[in-house]
Write a protein that binds this ligand. Sequence first.
Ligand code: XMP
Length: 495
Amino acid sequence: MATTPVPTFDRPEPIPVALTYDDVLLVPKRSAVRSRRDVSTKTFLSRRVRLNIPIVASNMDTVCEAAMAVAMAREGGIGILHRFCSVEEQCAMVRKVKRAQSLIVDDPRTIAPTATKAEALLGFAWEGRKGGVRSLMVVDGFRRLLGIVTPSDIQFSSDRVTVSDVMTPRDKLKVLTTTQVSVDDARQLMHQHRTSNIPIVNGENQLVGLITGSDIAKLLNNVHASLDTRSRLLVGAAVGVKSADISRAEALVAAGVDALVIDIAHGHSDFCLDMLKALKANPKTNTVDIIAGNIATAEAARDLIAGGADGLKVGVGPGSICITRLVAGSGVPQLTALLDVCRVARRAGIPVIADGGVRTAGDVSKAMAAGASTVMLGNMLAGTDESPGKVLVKDGKKVKIIRGMAGYGANISKAEREQQLEDDVFLDLVPEGVEGSVAYKGAVGSILKQVVGGLRSGMSYCGVTRIEDMPKGASFVRMTTAGLKESGPHDISKL
Ligand code: XMP
């Protein structure tokens, strides 16, 4: 009688042990680092995207929209805009970040010389920048520059004046005829001519750009900001793996995004590989770096690198609001996942993002020592002013909400934002994320200072001055439960 053949398989014995941040410590090494200031925190998000600090805001709808992305880039990191919204909404966020500052505004707001006072006042309140604009370029029908009008030119004038009556005319302005100008050139010119607006014109006196005092001030005040070649803030955005995500990706690149992150829970899948290859082959999207994830093994790293990934995102199950490991029984503790992926990725020169499970500045040092180039933070940033959502009061304490993107809340609000809410759409959803609250923490800048300060300290304990040298300089020791207990504050009476 024929029997059903029993499939055979090889299982590595014994089952390997996998570790995470709390299982290890970095052994202090002899160090020539005399000051934490001697340590550089420059790094790469992906093959071509450089950052000044290795911190990335997570593409979660309770963590990163435009305000967080602006703040992160100003501090030298970057934010990845979540995709749980319509394409238009996500592109509007990209444009908002890109418009937050630039050395040269290439589409300055203009007005006709015949415009009325009321029209000029309307023109100042342009919705693109918070609070409107502080000057309007007066141009004729051929976009030739005639002058500049500012709110103070018009504020107390009679209602009957036209713009040409009150503007500062072209011959009284400092005007440039080149776009080849540095921040310092612009600062000096503004000081020399006591002006905060320098228009740029071409050979026909047509307006081609504007340098504003507020942009120069932002550039001078945030010297460590992550900037593109036009001194605009860097920003990334997440896309999914459905066919509609191709046009989302194209729209995001057209809006000015600097990197795309393929965001899928199981990045070592044909879905992710197919999307990666499609984006890399598409001339409308392959102009920016494509980061793929999330993964947790060396094999996944090999496959995604072969598929053309410019960066890898590592983390299956370590996130604070994540229940994937409970629901699916799958995942790899984060330190082992990083060590395995980074072994492959570093050889190929592909930067790795350590995504999820970072609870302390010490974990950031451990992630860098395992070979990561950046860490992605959700929980640590969700309670800040710049994260989306309101400050609530829970048990007398100020909190903000954080929720898993594979949970009910995020998916219901995604459907609402995309206007696709149908009654039975969530019957089949098996949530792999939960919702919770985190303490309200104020401005994100102060959190980043603590995290980066801790990393600098960690690097000095390992005797290295560059993030990329951390794996060489660092050795890990395993900890016992007693060691872990000894690591936190203990044996003190609470004040
Ligand atoms: P932390 O620990 O910084 O982690 O809050 C943030 C990361 O968690 C991941 N994430 C999820 N993982 N189910 C998951 O399994 C979810 O619903 C979920 N939402 C976010 C994500 O990688 C994020 O950056």
